[in-house]
Structure formats: structure tokens, C-alpha cells
Write a protein that binds this ligand. Structure first.
Ligand SMILES: O=C(O)c1cc(=O)[nH]c(=O)n1[C@@H]1O[C@H](COP(=O)(O)O)[C@@H](O)[C@H]1O
Length: 290
């Protein structure tokens, strides 16, 4: 059986006009607001409700591992159930695990999150390549042959990002721009004949990307010449960026954009969740269609 690449599955979402990535971040105050206990069962319930509200509306969901990990093994079991629901609903899942390590141990993280049949199997995971892009190589067989994806932290949405990620390497490029270039080079080599690559980057929507040496000028259509670079963009909503401005913020990088909102979708209780997911999904497709 031919396995479809992660990029091909993303391309299908984008063609259907879906660009929202709904975050699953069961913060303690949000669980309280939902009338749920701050325990694994509460986190599971919130996660499964987000999955149900996102199916067919969002392009993907993004569970943040920390909120499950704090409950130990019960939290991991809760996450496994959320992941099973997402798979059954046909939703892409980006595991927000931000893994990074020397190559030999990073490979085991890749086995945990990307190996087909693993209890924690997701479609793509967030990774840190600050120990060198090559440390990610243990994940490449899953990406090339098993339809998996990576999102490499490049210019993150937090205010402290600049001191590290705008720093220049010996070759003159910023660390952030080098991550983008490495991801693009991987995609060109492994997925040159596809519309969308399978290795993407994380670029914060809160940033002036030009100051990180990342060029956004141009239209998304031009970027889709192939393979387009998937961009996971957190920072909308609670961190201050407006989803309506996504087209302006990302320019040519808007073609393969996944816009994430977590707290702004989750806050307000369970009752209005489906409506909040729907309005954010409509707002991001409108912003990128303009
Ligand atoms: O990799 C991420 O998802 C991520 C990268 C980044 O640069 N900034 C960032 O906020 N995130 C994650 O995106 C989510 C943002 O949540 P809200 O600020 O509540 O929308 C959290 O799960 C963060 O851990």
C-alpha cells in the first residue's frame, strides 16, 4: 500500500479551505472554568470535546504534552484516548512535544511519537533542532516512508525568542532563517514533486519575521510552486496576534499555514466550544483567501 505523505494530507486540508489548528491545552484554570477536575480525566474530557468540535472544521488538533504529562501515567493514558478519537474522526494530529536531543536518543523520541502503531502515534510532532538539524535524522524514515511530519522550531512566538533565534551563525544567517532553509532543503530533496512538504517550521504570529531574516513578501500562490513549506503559527488569540491578519503577517508563507489558537478557543467553557472553533476556522480561511 502506498502511504500518502504528511504534506499530501496537509494539501488536502488546505484545498478544502481548512487552516485552523485547534490547541488542546488543558490549563488548570480552564478545566475549572469547564467545571472539570484538574486531573487526567478532566484533561481527557476537554481533549475529546475539542476533537469532536474540530472534526471536519479544523485542519488539525495540537495536544500540548505538558498538560497531560503532569498527571504521570494517567495523563499519558488520557492522551492516548484523545489521540484515538482524533484518528477515528480523521483529524490530523500535531503532537506538541518539542523534542530535541542528540541523534541516538532523538531517534527514540521519533519511535515514541511517529512509529506506526505506537501508543502515542501522531501525524507530526514539534521538534527543536538547536543541537543541529542532523539530530532529527532518526525521524526522517518516518517522514519519507510512513506519512509523518515534523515542525521545527524556527522563530517562536515567545518574547524571549529573539535573543537566541535572531542570533547569527558563522555563515551569517539567523538561527531562525537557517531552520527554515534546512526544512526547505529537506522538502526539496525528499518531496520535490509534491505541492506541500512534510517538514515544516514553527513561526510565531506575534513576530516581525523580517527581523529574524525570514522573507515573507509575496503571494501564497507563488510559494505553492512546490513544495510549499508547512508553517505552524502559534501566537494568535491569547498571545495577541489577530487571526484576521494572518495573510499580512505571513505573505508568501501563507499557502501552507496552520494557524493555532489554544486558550482563546478553550476559554468560555464547553458550551460555546463548537461555535468558537467554527468562527476561528472561518476567520483563518477568509484571511488566507483574501
Ligand atoms: O510549538 C508550538 O506549538 C508553540 C511554539 C511557539 O512558538 N509558541 C507557542 O505558543 N507554541 C504552543 O502553541 C500554543 C499556544 O497557546 P495559546 O497561547 O493558548 O493560543 C501552546 O501550546 C504553546 O506551547
Amino acid at each position: 500500500m502506498t502511504v500518502r505523505s504528511f504534506g499530501a494530507r496537509l494539501a488536502e486540508e488546505f484545498s478544502a479551505g481548512r487552516h485552523l489548528c485547534a490547541g488542546i491545552d488543558p490549563h488548570a484554570p480552564l478545566l475549572a472554568e469547564w467545571g472539570l477536575a484538574d486531573d487526567a480525566a478532566g484533561a481527557e474530557r476537554m481533549g475529546r470535546e475539542v476533537v469532536a468540535a474540530s472534526a471536519g472544521i479544523a485542519a488539525c488538533v495540537k495536544p500540548q504534552i505538558s498538560f497531560f504529562e503532569r498527571f504521570g501515567s494517567a495523563g499519558f493514558l488520557a492522551l492516548e484516548r484523545v489521540l484515538a478519537d482524533a484518528r477515528a474522526a480523521g483529524l490530523l494530529v500535531v503532537g506538541d512535544v518539542k523534542r530535541g536531543d542528540i541523534g541516538s536518543t532523538f531517534a527514540a523520541y521519533a519511535d515514541a511519537w511517529l512509529a506506526p502503531g505506537s501508543p502515542l502515534e501522531v501525524d507530526a510532532m514539534t521538534v527543536a533542532a538547536y543541537m543541529g538539524f542532523g539530530t532529527l535524522s532518526g525521524a526522517f524514515p518516518y517522514v519519507r516512508d510512513h506519512g509523518k511530519g515534523l515542525f521545527v522550531l524556527a522563530a517562536t512566538s515567545n518574547p524571549e525568542a529573539r535573543e537566541v533565534q535572531a542570533a547569527r551563525r558563522a555563515d551569517g544567517s539567523t538561527l531562525a532563517a537557517a531552520m527554515v532553509a534546512d526544512a526547505e532543503a529537506f522538502n526539496a530533496a525528499a518531496f520535490g514533486d509534491e505541492a506541500v512538504g512534510s517538514v515544516g517550521v514553527v513561526l510565531g504570529a506575534t513576530l516581525d519575521l523580517a527581523t529574524f531574516g525570514i522573507e515573507t513578501a509575496g503571494e501564497p500562490a507563488a510559494e505553492l510552486v512546490a513544495p510549499a513549506l508547512p508553517v505552524l503559527a502559534p501566537g494568535f488569540g491569547a498571545q495577541g496576534a489577530r487571526i484576521e491578519d494572518a495573510g499580512t503577517i505571513f505573505g508568501r508563507l501563507g499557502g501552507a499555514l496552520l494557524a493555532n489558537e489554544s486558550r482563546s478557543i478553550l476559554s468560555g467553557g464547553s458550551a460555546g466550544l463548537a461555535e468558537r472553533v467554527r468562527t476561528r476556522a472561518e476567520a483563518i480561511s477568509a484571511a488566507l483567501a483574501d
